[in-house]
Design a protein around this ligand. Sequence first.
Ligand code: MN
Ligand code: MN
Length: 301
Amino acid sequence: MEAEEIELYVKAGKIAKAVVDIARSYVKKGARLLDICENLESEIARLGGKPAFPVNIAINHIAAHYTPFIGDDTRVPDGSLVKVDVGAHVNGRIADVAVTVDVGSEYGELIVAAEEALDKALEKIAPKVRIVDISTVIEKTIKYYGFKPIVNLTGHELSPYVIHAGTTIPNVWSPDLAISSARFEPGHVYAIEPFVTVKNALGEVENGPGSTIYRLIKAKSSKGFEAIFNFIHENYRTLPFAQRWIERSFGKRGVELLNRMVYERMVMEYPVLIEKSRGPVAQAEHTVLITDKEVLVTTLN
Ligand code: MN
Ligand code: MN
């Protein structure tokens, strides 16, 4: 990877890290999720980046893919586990980082386990290390704490303007040969993200309702959608975007058009991901860039 490209990833990493740190101070009992997300997205822009996806705030058994819509009055409940997932990009070079904040819950230890699993994984990642060895470290660390990893949520490769590219990094050992033979390759970028739940939960997520987070899946517009299609393509390309971003530019009409674009399969809507047995979920995440000789954790500081 060229030095200039590495610099873009490093810049995106610094922005995402700064913003996720700010998130810790915003997440308080009674705070409106919509305000938190919009403020954090403004911070990304102020620091010279763009959101690589809408800020996600997932509470308790909601594991991922929740972002507020306009008029959403959901607030941070007392006694909750709040995951904040931030993506920033500079010229499409993405940093993906997440933290979990304990708002007076009885599950703070889940956060400790998720963070330690991530730390142990980062210690072990090096050029050409097998992905299955990292998955095993994550699984073992979580189980050492007496908890359960979420088996169907994984880390993932990042490529320019693509959030989930190619290789996945499972949070448990996998018998899949394609996974166990894959390695961390120089010139590639990966997000590592352990998800942890309690022992008596199922340790698996299921699809919930639509998240109001979308992504373009067609390269060309169907007739009648050109204006909104071009807006999405110019602003977000192949990255996820929020319904509220569209509504700010196109009003209620934009939301109607979006729903029709989903029906026409120009756009896909992500489902909210919910732990199947409604167990509480904690997450930790960092982005790593592998060079020939070293590993840069772009979201560390
Ligand atoms: Mn993330
Ligand atoms: Mn991720």
